[in-house]
Design a protein around this ligand. Structure first.
Ligand code: CP
Length: 318
């Protein structure tokens, strides 16, 4: 696996392998072990052309725990702001012998474009492109679900909110269906659901939150992605919360042990009430912690450190 651009086309065995591999990195993610030398001597460049808190920082931390050298390109202060093309920026970073680009971009397909044009020894990981794909987020979400629920096959999972503009939802739906979840529901206003969603994604569509979360094991909330709403109907925040905001009362129709997830950033009082976001069923911060182990697994896989063995740990490093 040289690049990690999308979950489309990856087999169940591939996804399970990544989840198992990430289990092996949990000790490092939790700092029981400080570092491993799997990517020592490698240079990893974070190219974030769009804002990020969780993804950028966990990729940086993951690279450092793998002992790589990390470059964080600040797009606002880089020569991109002076009109340098994306390809010229890549060529210059390749001249510094970068081994991996981690790319976030507002344009769908940007990571694929970079992967097509980069040097043969370089790997590309998609850290979110437009409304297309956010594959490492999809995998850390699957990791979190497996930690709490074990087997995927009998689960009922509801994804609530702005699916139309969500790359996270696309990656989650692909991963859930590949891992054998038969009951995947999306719950949203008609204006925030992609055309032909049921046929295209193999999901069931609901427009009523209470009915949609009935008996589910997992509720995944999404925010309104206003930065990708170009012109169409945009609901007011108050109106949206009134109809689709997750409150303790609405969550009551889900299974008693249902977990609540959110990729972040949360807009409190818009897609969910703070009592749910901070409540006992919320695993939102666990998702963030798990992102570190999952990204270590994916980076090491792409960079060629295929045979990770905990005996290779290098706790003394640094
Ligand atoms: N989930 C996610 O992608 O968050 P950031 O935008 O903060 O990276």
């Amino acid at each position: 696996l040289r690049h990690f651009l999308t979950l489309d086309g990856l087999s169940r065995a591939h996804l399970i392998d990544i989840l198992d591999r990430a289990e092996g990195f949990l000790g490092i993610a939790r700092q029981a072990i400080k570092k491993v030398p799997l990517c020592r001597g490698k240079i990893i460049a974070n190219l974030f052309f769009e804002n990020s808190t969780r993804t950028r920082t966990t990729f940086e931390l993951a690279a450092k725990r793998l002992s790589a050298d990390v470059l964080n390109l600040n797009v606002n202060t880089s020569a991109t702001a002076k009109g340098e093309t994306l390809l010229d920026t890549l060529r210059n970073l390749e001249a510094m012998h970068v081994d991996m680009f981690v790319v976030r971009h507002a344009d769908s397909g940007a990571a694929h474009f970079i992967a097509r044009h980069t040097a043969a020894h370089v790997s590309v990981i998609n850290a979110g492109d437009g409304r297309h794909s956010h594959p490492t987020q999809g995998m850390l979400d699957m990791f979190t679900i497996r930690q709490h629920k074990g087997d995927f096959t009998r689960l009922k999972v509801a994804i609530v909110g702005d699916v139309l503009h969500s790359r996270v939802a696309r990656s989650q739906i692909t991963a859930l269906t590949t891992l054998g979840v038969e009951d995947v529901r999306i719950i949203a206003p008609r204006t925030l659901i992609p055309a032909h969603a049921e046929a295209t994604f193999g999901v069931t569509v609901y427009h009523d939150l209470r009915a949609g979360v009935r008996d589910v094991d997992v509720v995944i909330m999404l925010r309104l992605q206003r930065e990708r709403m170009d012109g169409g109907f945009i609901p007011s925040e108050q109106e949206y919360f009134r109809l689709f905001g997750l409150t303790e009362k609405r969550l009551a129709t889900a299974k008693p042990d249902a977990i609540v997830m959110h990729p972040g950033p949360i807009n409190r009082g818009v897609e969910m009430d703070s009592r749910v976001a901070d409540g006992p069923r919320s695993v939102i911060l666990e998702q963030v912690s798990n992102g570190l182990a999952v990204r270590m697994a994916i980076m090491s896989l792409c960079i060629g450190a295929h045979n990770f063995n905990m005996n290779q740990q290098d706790a003394a490093d640094e």
